[in-house]
Design a protein around this ligand. Structure first.
Ligand SMILES: *Cc1c(COP(=O)(O)O)cnc(C)c1O
Length: 422
C-alpha cells in the first residue's frame, strides 16, 4: 500500500491530513450536504447524508404538488415519469445507457423480479451460484427464487466462486453476487466473472449496493446482463429511498418479470384486463412508487452533477489508505485486525476492522459524534463517502478511537446495551 505522505518512513501527522484536504479537488461537494455540527459521518454506506437541496424540494413536493396540485401533479409536476428520470441520472454513474435503468421498489423486490426473469431465460439450466456471506436479503431471495423455479442454489466461499462456476458448467443458469462486499468492502472482478459465466451460457445479476456512487461502475463495458442497487446508501436518497434496476437493452424484448403490476403495463391507463408488458425498462415497474421518497432521491442525485467518478474514486481510495495507515500507526496496542483488503484497488469505499468488543467500541465512538456502524459478530465498519468525508475527519476519528481504547471508556455499561438497529 503506498503511503499517503511522500516519505513512507515518517509517520502521518494532522498537518498532513489538513494538507490533503487543502488539495482535495472535491472539497466543494461537502457544501452540498446538511451535516450536523460536531458529527463525523462515516456511515454513508448504510444511510447517506442529507443533501441540502432535498429539503426545499420535498417542501415544494408536499406543500405545492401534493397540497395544492393534488392528483393533477402526476401530470403537471412530472410525477409519473420520475422513476425513469431518476434511472437516467443513475445510468451515468454505473456505465449504463439512459434507457436501461429505472428506479422502483427495494433491492429485495427488484432482485426477485430479475432472478425469476433471468431463470425464465435459461429454463434448461438449474444451478444458481452465489456467495456464502452475501448480504442476507440477497441470499434469502436467491433461495426463494431457486425453490420456485426448481433450481439449486450453491453458496460458496468468495475464493471458490470461480471454481463453482466451472463446476456448474453448462448447468449454470446464473451467478448472483454483490460487487463490493457489504462487510469487507472487497471488490469482485465484474468484467472477468461476467465473461466467464457468459462463455458457459449463463447470466449474471450484480448487486451494486456498495458500488453505485462510489466507483465508476462500467456495466456496459463489462457486458453485464442485470443489476440492482440501493437508493439510500451512497446515492443519499433518504431512509428507505427506492432502489434501481438495470437490464441490458438486448435482454429487454423477451424479459418476463413476475411482479406484473399495472405500472409495468404498456398502457396502464387503458385499465385492460390482460397484462401487456411495456416494451422498455418500464416493464420492471410493479405498482405506484413511494413518490416523496422518489422525489428526494431524484433531487439527491444532483449532488453528482459535474462530478468525475474517477476523481471521486481516487479520493475514497486515499481516504481508506489514510485510515489504514493511521490504524497501523496509532492503534497497534488495542487488538484491531483489518478485515478489508489492504490494497485500495481491491477495496470499495469502506474499511472494516474486527475487534471482539466491536459493538461497545462503535457505541462509544457514536457517543462522541463519530458515526460508523457494527456488523455482527465483530466488525466495525467505516464508510468514506467522498462527497462529504475529508482527510482531517479520518485523523479525528482515529484520535477518538485511540482515546476510547486507551482510557477504557468503551467498557462503560451503556455502550454494551444492544439496540434494534446496529
Ligand atoms: C443495503 C443492501 C441491500 C438492501 O436491500 P433493500 O431490499 O433495498 O433494503 C441489499 N443488498 C445489499 C448488498 C445491501 O448492502
Amino acid at each position: 500500500m503506498p503511503s499517503v505522505v511522500e516519505s513512507p518512513s515518517r509517520s502521518v501527522s494532522q498537518a498532513d491530513c489538513l494538507a490533503l484536504d487543502e488539495r482535495d479537488p472535491l472539497k466543494h461537494l461537502k457544501d452540498r450536504f446538511d451535516l450536523p455540527e460536531g458529527v463525523i459521518y462515516l456511515d454513508g454506506n448504510s444511510l447517506g447524508a442529507l443533501p441540502k437541496s432535498v429539503k426545499p424540494r420535498l417542501a415544494k413536493a408536499i406543500n405545492e404538488e401534493w397540497g395544492k396540485g393534488l392528483i393533477r401533479s402526476w401530470n403537471d409536476a412530472g410525477w409519473y415519469p420520475a422513476p425513469k428520470r431518476a434511472g437516467e441520472a443513475i445510468a451515468r454513474l454505473i456505465g449504463a445507457d439512459r434507457d436501461e435503468v429505472i428506479v422502483c421498489d427495494s433491492i429485495s423486490v427488484n432482485l426477485f423480479k430479475l432472478l425469476i426473469a433471468a431463470l425464465r431465460k435459461r429454463p434448461e439450466r438449474k444451478i444458481i451460484v452465489s456467495e456464502k456471506g452475501n448480504f442476507p436479503t440477497d441470499v434469502y431471495i436467491n433461495a426463494e427464487a431457486a425453490e420456485l423455479m426448481g433450481c439449486e442454489l450453491r453458496c460458496v466461499e468468495p475464493g471458490d466462486v470461480q471454481a463453482a462456476i466451472e463446476e456448474a458448467g453448462d448447468g449454470l443458469a446464473l451467478l448472483q453476487l454483490t460487487h463490493v462486499h457489504y462487510k469487507t468492502g472487497a471488490i469482485y472482478d465484474m468484467a472477468g466473472l461476467t465473461r466467464t459465466v457468459q462463455k458457459l451460457g449463463g447470466l449474471v445479476i450484480w448487486d451494486l449496493a456498495h458500488s453505485a456512487g462510489t466507483l465508476p461502475v462500467d456495466l456496459n463495458g463489462c457486458r453485464a446482463d442485470f443489476a440492482v442497487g440501493c437508493g439510500y446508501k451512497y446515492l443519499n436518497g433518504g431512509p428507505g429511498a427506492p432502489a434501481f434496476v438495470f437490464v441490458a437493452r438486448h435482454h429487454l424484448p423477451d424479459l418476463h418479470q413476475p411482479i406484473a403490476g399495472w405500472h409495468g403495463h404498456a398502457r396502464p391507463f387503458a385499465f385492460a384486463q390482460d397484462y401487456a408488458p411495456h416494451a422498455g425498462i418500464e416493464k420492471m415497474l410493479a405498482g405506484t412508487s413511494p413518490q416523496l421518497s422518489l422525489i428526494a432521491l431524484e433531487e439527491a442525485l444532483t449532488v453528482f452533477d459535474g462530478v468525475d467518478m474517477q476523481v471521486l474514486r481516487a479520493k475514497n481510495r486515499t481516504l481508506g489508505d489514510l485510515f489504514i495507515q493511521l490504524v497501523d500507526q496509532e492503534l497497534g496496542a488495542f487488538g484491531f485486525e483489518l478485515a478489508s483488503p489492504r490494497e485500495s484497488a481491491e477495496r470499495g469505499s469502506q474499511v472494516s476492522l474486527t475487534h471482539p468488543q466491536g459493538y461497545a467500541i462503535v457505541q462509544a465512538l457514536i457517543a462522541r459524534g463519530i458515526i460508523g456502524d457494527f456488523r455482527a459478530p465483530d466488525i466495525l465498519r467505516f464508510g468514506f463517502a467522498a462527497p462529504y468525508v475529508g482527510y482531517e475527519d479520518i485523523w479525528n476519528a482515529i484520535a477518538a478511537l485511540k482515546d476510547i481504547m486507551a482510557t477504557g471508556v468503551w467498557d462503560q455499561p451503556q455502550f454494551h446495551a444492544r439496540q434494534a438497529v446496529t
